[in-house]
Write a protein that binds this ligand. Structure first.
Ligand code: NAD
Length: 452
């Protein structure tokens, strides 16, 4: 992983004074999840007058949090949840948004703002849809205004979904916690009442078996570690050439290693047979393996184009067909349904110079998860994607210094994310508490300024 020496310097007392005086970016040390720690450390303010706001306050009280409907001026708060679920016209936004504005300056370092509202696309009435879309606009703007590692995200509820649905609690907890440290300016949708709450929030994947492709190093290795920490048994997959590093990952997480090139015709079948033989079940598949072969399109050759498409998307499509056809993955006993999480990229959303092949493959992943969602739903499962922005890995450490430094600062948190930040989002989407979210692409990019 590359070192961000600027962020280290800013977080010394001399560095802070100097960089502030020069008006330079102020990346903060982000609060990240540690098992056993409270979801948030200080008061949580619930703003809004809808009945949902009372239900949310009761839910948070049930978690033992210090929940407030009002706070004293200058009192530090850890999070604000603003409930916009009952808005019917843009004029309705004002009371709750101004209430949010009054406490915003009191949100402490790595604090959280969460807006809660109904899905805009299902509103037929233009005024209702305008009001709901308005919440999206204000949420993304608040995220740009947050300081000191604090974030703002939206939690969208399907039209008639009960606020008591498990994934509403799951989504709120994820967004409040240090698991979402590098997620900002994003909208997480809960579509259905599917999903279950874990007995132990620190071991949500207890007893489940997860496959992680590309697990020898980088983000994949981190995903294996986080899924293992959350209770899963791991099957670590990577190419034979990475066998030594793959064995090291598998040993670290007390899992099994499977040397496999995922572009092999029978890759899905080989994963299923390994899972059947060594673990007797398969609950979670994380399609993380990916490659880049950058070239401007004018200089692109068939080898570069075809290999990226083959690894990053064709292999996933083929493996999914095999997995979904097999009983082992269809109804894992005692779990809340099969889970697939794929790695996309912000390049697949915004495009990137020199990456037509990579962006085509990653936009393909986004389309694939949306289209596969119905098949998973029929099995009480889910499929989602995570789109990382700039993440500190071996890959990004190889970028030229100036390019890397610019890419790193071009987001609302003024720093790159860590592999663990991507892994936490993958683990959340793989968990029983996310059973109501499917077909979605969640960006883990610190609100990258490129690509919305
Ligand atoms: P990485 O290159 O460090 O690791 C990728 C792993 O996948 C390697 O261990 C490699 O051996 C394995 N792999 C490649 N081809 C394979 C194949 N055919 N079969 C099996 N394994 C194969 O990459 P990373 O930075 O950790 O990225 C992981 C994923 O996240 C990729 O899908 C990547 O596109 C995506 N991503 C990364 C970033 C970033 O900033 N690093 C940003 C956006 C998206």
């Amino acid at each position: 992983m590359s070192r961000d020496t600027y962020t280290e310097f800013v977080n010394t007392s001399v560095g802070k004074r100097l960089t502030k005086a020069l008006g330079l970016p102020q990346p903060a040390r982000l609060r990240r999840h540690r098992p056993g720690e409270a979801v948030v450390r200080g008061p949580v303010v619930v703003v809004g007058t809808s009945s949902a706001s009372d239900e949310i306050a009761a839910l948070l009280l049930g978690w033992g949090l210090d929940v407030r409907r009002h706070v004293e001026p200058r009192e530090r708060v850890s999070a604000v949840i603003a409930c916009f679920d009952a808005v019917t016209t843009p004029a309705d936004l004002s009371e709750t948004v101004l209430g949010l504005g009054r406490v915003l300056k009191q949100v402490g370092p790595s604090g959280r703002v969460i807006t809660l509202y109904r899905r805009p696309e299902t509103a037929v009435d233009p005024a209702v849809r305008a009001a709901r879309k308005g919440v999206e606009g204000l949420t993304r703007s608040v995220a740009h205004e947050m300081r000191a590692g604090a974030t703002a995200n939206g939690l969208i509820l399907a039209e008639d979904l009960d606020v008591a649905a498990p994934s509403v609690a799951g989504g709120l907890r994820f967004l409040l916690s240090g698991r979402s440290a590098f997620v900002s300016g994003q909208l997480l949708t809960v579509d259905s009442v599917n999903g279950t709450l874990p007995q132990d929030w620190d071991r949500p994947l207890q007893g489940q078996v997860a496959v992680v492709t590309g697990a020898a190093r980088g983000i994949g290795a981190s995903i294996a570690e986080v899924l293992h920490r959350d209770g899963a048994r791991i099957i670590a997959v990577d190419v034979p050439a990475a066998g030594e590093q793959l064995a090291a990952t598998a040993n670290r997480v007390a899992g099994t290693a499977l040397q496999l090139d995922i572009t092999a015709e029978d890759a899905g079948e080989r994963i299923l047979s390994h899972a059947r033989q060594h673990h007797g079940r398969l609950d979670i598949v994380v399609h993380n393996a990916g490659i880049t072969r950058d070239k401007l399109l004018g200089n692109m050759d068939a080898g570069r184009w075809d290999s990226v498409i083959a690894v990053n998307i064709e292999a996933q499509l083929r493996m999914n067909r095999a997995l979904l056809a097999d009983e082992l993955f269809n109804r894992p006993e005692g779990s809340s349904g099969p889970r697939i999480v794929s790695l996309a990229s912000t390049s697949g959303i915004a495009g990137n110079r020199g990456q037509t092949n990579y962006a085509a493959s990653k936009a393909g992943v986004i389309g694939m998860v949306a289209a596969t969602s119905a098949q998973l739903e029929a099995r009480h499962g889910t499929i989602n994607a995570v789109a990382p922005g700039f993440i500190e890995t071996e890959m990004t450490a190889r970028m030229p210094f100036a390019t890397r430094e610019v890419a790193r600062r071009l987001n609302s948190l003024n720093q790159g994310g860590r592999p663990v930040d991507v892994a936490e989002s993958v683990a959340y989407l793989a968990s029983p508490a996310a059973g109501g979210t499917s077909g979605l692409t969640l960006r883990v990019c610190g609100q990258n300024l490129i690509g919305a």
